[in-house]
Write a protein that binds this ligand. Sequence first.
Ligand SMILES: N[C@@H](CCC(=O)N[C@@H](CS)C(=O)NCC(=O)O)C(=O)O
Length: 253
Amino acid sequence: MLKLYSFGPAANSLKPMLTLFEKFEFGREFTVHQLNPAKFEHHSDWFKAINPRGQVPALEDAGRIVTESTVICEYLEDAHPTAASLRPEDPFDRAQMRVWTKWVDEYFCWCVSTIGWHRYVGKMAQKLTDAEFEEKLKAIPVPEQQVKWRRAREGFPQDMLDEEMRKVAVSVRRLDDHLRDHEWLAGGAYSLADICNFAIANGLQFGFAELVNPSDAPGLIRWLEQIAARPAAQLMFASVPREIVHETRELNV
Ligand SMILES: N[C@@H](CCC(=O)N[C@@H](CS)C(=O)NCC(=O)O)C(=O)O
């Protein structure tokens, strides 16, 4: 049985969650182990034995671990092909799909993540005493993540926040421009391009409503609603307690 370590249905964890629910039966073919980011469970020794980077998601398949959210999705398609194929057959369309998954991993997810850390992770980190915070920091294996935690606690520089907000606006425009004329991102069918971008875009209609609303981004809104209405997405959201759906969407870490 496949096992996914995840924060819940948001951000990078959402990519393999949606993929698993599209392809397999929850409880029979896969399970999800929920980690609580507010309790820093992902930095605990037992989880770092699974992913030494102390990050979710991670997939366990017959005792082997696959990390990196987009790689996990591709791995599921390669290692466990099912009737629900989430990659276009045509090599050109598949390349377009990968342009979109590369873009979300290298550009779109970073700007959304920094604003999420500024808004929510900072508050979480500020609740700790200096000593508690330094102790938590020691358990974080990735140096860049330590820097991010410190920045979130002390406050990100305003010019960095302005730049990341600019990139969020560029990203929204790119997605909406495409989705006004196309039902899906690549190959004319629902694919990993949609799943991986939805994982980061879902929630922007609340947190960035000034950019993502029916009059300014009708294509993007239609696509977000269309994916959320899919039976697999509905099952996935229903599998997680409501408060976790909201908390993880806000944390977006
Ligand atoms: N490139 C990795 C990034 C994983 C990542 O940033 N995971 C976040 C959750 S979405 C995490 O574990 N953050 C906690 C931390 O780094 O302290 C992927 O795509 O899986």
